[in-house]
Structures are given as structure tokens and as C-alpha cells.
Design a protein around this ligand. Structure first.
Ligand SMILES: NC(=O)c1ccc[n+]([C@@H]2O[C@H](COP(=O)([O-])OP(=O)(O)OC[C@H]3O[C@@H](n4cnc5c(N)ncnc54)[C@H](OP(=O)(O)O)[C@@H]3O)[C@@H](O)[C@H]2O)c1
Length: 289
């Protein structure tokens, strides 16, 4: 019997690596993984790959997710995050395949007071958020068999741990290892979400044969400082290395909380509390499993 082909783009990245790890294990897919070797900004290349692989499901984890880099390189950010998503949506539609596309809480501005659900209108105020929203629109327009997943403060290990690839989580670990103090804002609020939990959701949503837009963040909320302190504590470093700072003057709080409303309505799975998820992630990483 023919096995369905699952193609993961951006497989060298945080989420891509985790998905590879999960789907390599025991699922009955023919797994194909690419990163820069198939440039998602090139439609011909993407179509050719989809044809060769005879793809049934594409999971797009390829992205430029560095906010500052996006601000300085607007066209490149649009090319990867929007045009790349469009190309994968076109290629998957040609093959009658499903596309699962990763997006971000950055499609909302950081000034709202309550958590945002899937029915709230995006209002991105960063180039990164604008490019991610543009990618969502393309995916929705170009392939009806789509799943769009928005998450927040995603952490997880990457294959290549070069300094330029270190994310917030890994930088905090470095400070911990070196016993170096550093500052983190107490006026920035969101929810840390482990790639392990997003990968599990993707596994479950594929089984459930669901489509559409889903917010997928761990439950609960914290400040950036609480996030850093928890990373230090769970990894056996001194949480007090992280000092309090403010991102904005005048007491304004930046909050990008997502409500997993579609998850709750469909009952596909439950997301754990962010602290429990981090504990599980740290134990797994320590155990080298
Ligand atoms: N990290 C977060 O906090 C966060 C939060 C919410 C949502 N997300 C979303 O989740 C998804 C995965 O994020 P992540 O943290 O796993 O990202 P990541 O670690 O930055 O990985 C993205 C991968 O895509 C590759 N890539 C970049 N341009 C490409 C191109 N033109 N063609 C093919 N591959 C290309 C990157 O290669 P290089 O490393 O060489 O550039 C990298 O290996 C993204 O859509 C992101 O927007 C992330």
C-alpha cells in the first residue's frame, strides 16, 4: 500500500527539528525533509519538489522569524514568510495535498488587553507580524485544504547551535552557564510554548482531519522575566541572575496572549500549562532522549 508523503520544510529549525523527531518514530508516513536546499521562495523549485515527492501533506516551518532582521530586511522577510508560503500553497493545491502553515501571535499588535482568539482581526505592528499575516492570507486563498497554526514564544532545540541561531531560551541558558546576570522586561507578557507540544498538536490534528485556523499556545501566561527565571531554575541555575527591566516607559504593558478557542471547541487535544510543558522539555533534554 502506498504510504502518504509528509514534507517538512524548514527542518533545520526549532519546530522542523522537533517534527522530524516525532514523525521519524512510528508514524506511517514517507517523510521528506528540506531546508535551504529547497528554497521556498522559488515557485519552480517548490513545484518540482512537490512533484518528485508526490506530496500529500506539507508542513511549512521555513521562515525568517528574527524580528529585528525582518525590520531591516523587509523585502526578504516578505519573500520568505509570504511568497514562500504562497508557493507551498500553490504546489500543494496542484497535488491535492494539505498544507499546514506555521504563523505567529505577532499578527496581533502587542497593545491589546485581553487574549486574542481565532475570530479577532489581526493588526500586526511589526514587519515580521505583517509578513506572517500576508503568508496566512496567501495560504487561505491558494489552498482550501489548509491548516494555519499561530503560536507564541516558541522554544525548542535546533540542529545547528551556532551563536547566531540562539533564541531567547538558549541565550538565557548561556547566561546561566556563565553565571552572568542579565535583564528581562516585566512589562512584556505572553505564553512560552514548547515545540514538543506544537508537534503533538500537529500529529493529533492530522488524525482528526481538521482544517482552518488554530491558536496553539500552552496555557497560562507570564512576563518575559518569569519565563527567563523558569528556564534558569529548571536547568539548575540561579534564577536571580535575571534582573527586572522595562521595555516601555509609562507603565504600558505589551501582551500577545492567544486563546486556543478552536482547540477548546473542537476538543482535538488539550494544551498543558506552560510551566509543566517546560519541565517536561527540560527533563527530556537533560536525559538526552
Ligand atoms: N520562534 C518563535 O518564537 C515562534 C513563535 C510563533 C511562531 N513561530 C513560527 O513557527 C515557525 C517555525 O519557527 P522556528 O522557530 O522553528 O523557526 P527557525 O528555527 O528560524 O527555522 C526556520 C528554518 O527555515 C529556514 N529557511 C529560511 N528561509 C528559507 C527559504 N527561503 N527556503 C527554505 N528554508 C528557509 C531557516 O534557515 P536559516 O536558519 O538558514 O535561515 C531555518 O532553518 C515559523 O513559521 C515561525 O514564524 C515561531
Amino acid at each position: 500500500m502506498r504510504r502518504e508523503c509528509l514534507w517538512i520544510t524548514g527542518c533545520e529549525g526549532r519546530l522542523g527539528s522537533e517534527l522530524m523527531r516525532l514523525f521519524k518514530k512510528k508514524y506511517n508516513y514517507k517523510l521528506v525533509t528540506t531546508d535551504r536546499d529547497v528554497d521556498i521562495t522559488n515557485l519552480q523549485e517548490v513545484n518540482r519538489a512537490a512533484d518528485i515527492y508526490e506530496v500529500d501533506i506539507v508542513i511549512n516551518c521555513a521562515s525568517i522569524s528574527d524580528r529585528e532582521y525582518c525590520e531591516k530586511n523587509r523585502i526578504e522577510a516578505y519573500r520568505v514568510n509570504a511568497l514562500g508560503a504562497r508557493n507551498l500553497a500553490i504546489a500543494s493545491r496542484r497535488k491535492n495535498a494539505t498544507i499546514i502553515h506555521m504563523s505567529s501571535d505577532d499578527v496581533f499588535s502587542g497593545i491589546h488587553k485581553r487574549s486574542k482568539n481565532e475570530f479577532d482581526l489581526p493588526t500586526p505592528d511589526t514587519v515580521y507580524g505583517q509578513t506572517k499575516y500576508a503568508g496566512e492570507i496567501f495560504v487561505k486563498e491558494m489552498n482550501p485544504k489548509h491548516l494555519i497554526i499561530r503560536s507564541s514564544w516558541v522554544y525548542g532545540s535546533r540542529k545547528a547551535l551556532l551563536p547566531e541561531y540562539q533564541d531567547f531560551y538558549q541565550k538565557v541558558l548561556e547566561y546561566g552557564k556563565n553565571g552572568q546576570s542579565f535583564e528581562c522586561p516585566i512589562d512584556v507578557i505572553s505564553t512560552p510554548t514548547s515545540t514538543v507540544e506544537i508537534a503533538r498538536f500537529i500529529r493529533d490534528v492530522l488524525k482528526a482531519d481538521e482544517y482552518g485556523l488554530f491558536h496553539v499556545s500552552c496555557e497560562g501566561a507570564c512576563t518575559k522575566r518569569e519565563y527567563a527565571r523558569k528556564i534558569l531554575e529548571l536547568n539548575g541555575y540561579d534564577p536571580d541572575l535575571c534582573k527586572a527591566s522595562f521595555e516601555k516607559e509609562g507603565g504600558a504593558v505589551t501582551s500577545t496572549l492567544l486563546e486556543n478557542l478552536m482547540l477548546k471547541m473542537t476538543g482535538i487535544c488539550e494544551m498543558p500549562d506552560w510551566q509543566d510543558a517546560m519541565k517536561e522539555y527540560v527533563e527530556r533534554e537533560k536525559g538526552g532522549k
